[in-house]
Design a protein around this ligand. Structure first.
Ligand code: KG4
Ligand code: ZN
Length: 341
């Protein structure tokens, strides 16, 4: 079964072709120019998706060596995301499915991040605990079976990636901040300064990253920090900030797996590309845990993860006719709730 999948929920235009759960091609066009605005400008993102979606689709088909006529399923991200950006990929995909009389599968972007951890992996088992850390979301989920997900915790304010991006901006490093902080942290001292993380009473699996951002801001003011002046100081601040965020993500996930007695852990979303986060979780393999972290290409937004999720959704659905309904529309849903996962 061949799936053609689309992802346009934010600032990546991506198209993938899959054979069952194997990704044959996964083309990603990142709109790097948003960095000069310090963040994604929604209207510009939509226009860029529109400009490039045909070319990216042709390239994905070309690289997969699969003809459009051989495609059996069409999948696209339908929620959550920037409304105008979602519109482009979703309508393109729906039109294609309608014209070719193919099933169309709407895919939840968060679910796509969950299943991205299993791309190109031998096999995986349920139940698993899934930590999803991206620019817009921080979620801890218990997956009992395909699409039977229970929300254990989420962020009460900023997402983990958002904290990385905002702190990078304060340090004058640029956008997106995660990879830059990661790079600087490698040569920094993680014990240089202790940045505190908020403790949320009675909500043991929830996260909060807004306080640490403010604490970095006050610290920078207290030392009259000047961007670009002292590389060692920047590296030390990055390492200390990163340690605090990674600690919080790691400890809460570990508490969940211990308490629920689950041996499988998946970590996904853009922040799962972080070297320290990967190292901490990978270390758990020695303790008998199965750790699933996507390869770099599948950690940030990509259509491969939309394709694998669409495929799983299709093969696990008793009523395949539901995928002929093209009447629904996309949803922005900036904050996640139980219904959305
Ligand atoms: O999953 P993603 O591509 O988009 C959303 O769905 O939000 O995640 C993007 C986020 C950004 O906040 C970016 O700074 C962060 O992932 N990120 C990282 C790293 N690479 C990307 N954060 C920490 N360390 C990294 N190496
Ligand atoms: Zn994402």
């Amino acid at each position: 079964m061949y799936t053609l999948a689309f992802e346009t929920s934010c600032d990546e235009t991506s198209v993938a072709v899959l054979k069952n759960d194997t990704v044959l091609s996964n083309i990603i066009l990142s709109q790097y120019f948003h960095s000069k605005y310090g963040g994604v400008v929604p209207e510009i993102a939509s226009r860029e998706h529109l400009k490039s979606i045909v070319e990216i689709s042709e390239k994905a088909l070309h690289d997969s060596k699969i003809n459009l006529k051989e495609i059996n399923l069409v999948a696209a991200t339908s929620e959550p995301g920037l409304i105008g950006a979602l519109l482009i990929g979703l309508n393109f995909a729906k039109s294609l499915a309608a014209s070719m009389k193919l099933p169309f599968i709407p895919v939840n972007h968060i679910q796509a991040h969950i299943y991205s951890s299993f791309i190109n992996k031998e096999k995986f088992d349920f139940p698993f605990i899934s930590l999803i850390v991206s620019g817009g979301h921080t979620l801890l989920i218990q997956a009992e079976d395909f699409f039977r997900h229970k929300l254990l915790g989420t962020t009460v304010d900023d997402a983990a990636g958002e904290a990385f991006d905002k702190v990078a901006k304060m340090l004058g490093l640029g956008y997106p901040g995660g990879p830059l902080i990661d790079k600087y942290a490698k040569s920094g001292n993680p014990d240089f300064h202790k940045f505190p993380l908020a403790y949320i009473k009675d909500r043991k699996y929830d996260f909060s990253f807004s306080g640490i951002k403010t604490s970095v801001l006050y610290f920078l003011k207290s030392i009259n920090y000047e961007p670009g002046k002292d590389e060692k100081l920047t590296a030390d601040i990055c390492a200390s900030f990163q340690k605090a965020v990674v600690d919080s993500l790691y400890k809460k996930t570990l508490n969940a797996v211990k308490e629920l007695n689950i041996k499988n852990i998946s970590v996904s979303g853009g922040v799962s590309a972080n070297s320290e986060l990967k190292e901490r979780f990978s270390g758990l393999r020695q303790n008998g845990y199965n750790i699933y972290i996507p390869e770099l290409t599948y950690s940030t937004d990509n259509a491969g993860m939309v394709g694998i999720t669409g495929y799983y959704k299709y093969i696990n659905s008793e009523d395949k006719n539901i995928f002929t309904d093209l009447s629904f529309n996309m949803k922005a849903m900036p904050r996640i709730n139980l219904h959305t996962i």
